[in-house]
Ligand binder design. Structure first.
Ligand SMILES: CNc1nc2c(CC[C@H]3O[C@@H](OC)[C@H](OC)[C@@H]3O)c3nc(N)[nH]c(=O)c3cc2[nH]1
Ligand SMILES: [Zn+2]
Length: 374
């Protein structure tokens, strides 16, 4: 019995969106879903109780960061990531394939794996399909990602071709190295850059290896959004309908809706907590920079239509004051609101799929949101 089972409940009659559930050893995830990112074993500034109060059913953490600090052996000794961070719902860990190419210095990519220097202290380290799989087995995440290369954007066709074919060979090595397939699901990551033929090849090669789930990688890397949507339209139909699809690193409210329409079930993005740190809130009318002087004596909530803890108890004037005074509680309140906003947005997306009206919902949302693009 695989650790991860996808249940397709229904497909939206207006779009290609799906209502589903992902069953994991640490609970069920209603999809389409937004997953808060806790890169270093903490969703910045949020306690597990606060995450549960906003109905987060799964959070992310990251192999590269935890491999560097505190080290996966320590987390294994602590009884695994769930115990270490006191989170008893589902956890997905990214494989480090993105960070080793975006954060690490002095990296050398070979068939065997990637040699690099830690961005923390310059130590010489090595990540490979086998090491990334062993690390995630030690962390005990419910969903592990295959070790991949996320090619830069833009990149030469030939480079993307070589890289994508190597990522497929690496995925096969992860499958072989996976020590706990009954407890942890291993998702493959489709690459191929912005080239439709390479995307198709990657999807066909990886689906022939039969993983419990498939991610769309190599996107949300600076390309125009229309290009990302074209890659989804080209690739998602080649993925098995009975398995979850995860679009990595996405995203803004409009992209979550557009991605759901194109058949994506799972999303992750650091945006809600990252923009919270400079006092930017996502609201039903678009973004609001609460630090702006015009909110000095605005005693209303961040978003009048929001029912989150921050909007029920605090004003824009108070949060503006905290952010300007560099008080931690200010960015905590903005993070609580932004995470609630995206988790609640996905609840509305699931409702719209249930009622076969996701295209109408999108048009209404974009109208109100003013498509003040993110
Ligand atoms: C933002 N756009 C984007 N993110 C991406 C990530 C996650 C970043 C990972 O880094 C941490 O956030 C900074 C998170 O780790 C918990 C996230 O999962 C990717 N990961 C892999 N393995 N392969 C990809 O092709 C890939 C592409 C991305 N595009
Ligand atoms: Zn709110």
């Amino acid at each position: 019995m695989s650790a991860i089972r996808y249940e397709l409940i229904k497909t939206c009659a207006q779009t290609g969106a799906r209502l589903g559930r992902v069953h994991t050893p640490h609970g069920t995830i209603d999809t389409p879903t937004f997953m808060p990112v806790g890169t270093q074993a903490s969703v910045k500034g949020m306690s597990p109780e606060e995450l549960k109060s906003l109905n987060a059913q799964i959070i992310l953490s990251n192999t590269y960061h935890l491999f560097l600090r505190p080290g996966h052996e320590l987390v294994r000794e602590a009884g695994g990531l769930h115990k270490f961070m006191n989170w008893d719902r589902a956890i997905l860990t990214d494989s480090g394939g993105f960070q080793v190419f975006s954060l690490a210095e002095m990296r050398k990519i070979r068939e065997e794996g990637v040699e690099f220097r830690s961005h923390l202290n310059g130590d010489k380290l090595f990540l490979s399909p086998e090491v990334a799989t062993e690390v995630q087995n030690a962390l005990g995440s419910d969903i592990m990602m295959a070790f991949d290369e996320c090619p830069p954007y833009p990149a030469e066709y030939e480079y993307v071709k070589q890289s994508t074919e190597r990522t497929t060979r690496w995925a096969e090595r992860c499958l072989k190295a996976h020590a706990r397939p009954h407890d942890q699901g291993l998702f493959a990551i489709v690459q191929g850059g912005m080239h439709k033929d390479l995307r198709r090849q990657s999807a066909l090669d990886l689906t022939s290896l039969d993983f419990p789930g498939y991610a769309m990688g190599g996107l949300s890397v600076g390309e125009p959004k229309h290009l990302m949507y074209e890659m989804l339209e080209e690739t998602v139909p080649l993925l098995p309908s009975g398995k979850p699809r995860y679009l990595m690193g996405v995203g803004s409210p409009d992209a979550l809706i557009e991605g759901s329409i194109r058949g994506i079930d799972m999303f992750d993005c650091v945006l809600p907590t990252r923009i919270a740190r400079n006092g930017t809130a996502m609201t039903s009318q678009g973004r609001l920079v609460v630090k702006n002087a015009k909110y000095t004596s605005d005693f209303g909530p961040l978003d009048p239509e929001c029912s989150c803890y921050a909007c029920r108890n605090y004003s824009r004037a108070y949060i503006r004051h905290l952010i300007r005074a560099d008080e931690m509680f200010g960015l905590r309140l903005t993070s609580i609101h932004n995470l609630h906003f995206l988790v609640h947005l996905m609840e509305q997306v699931r409702e719209a799929i249930r009622e076969d009206r996701l295209r109408d919902f999108r048009d209404e949302f974009f109208e109100k949101y003013g498509m003040a693009h993110n």
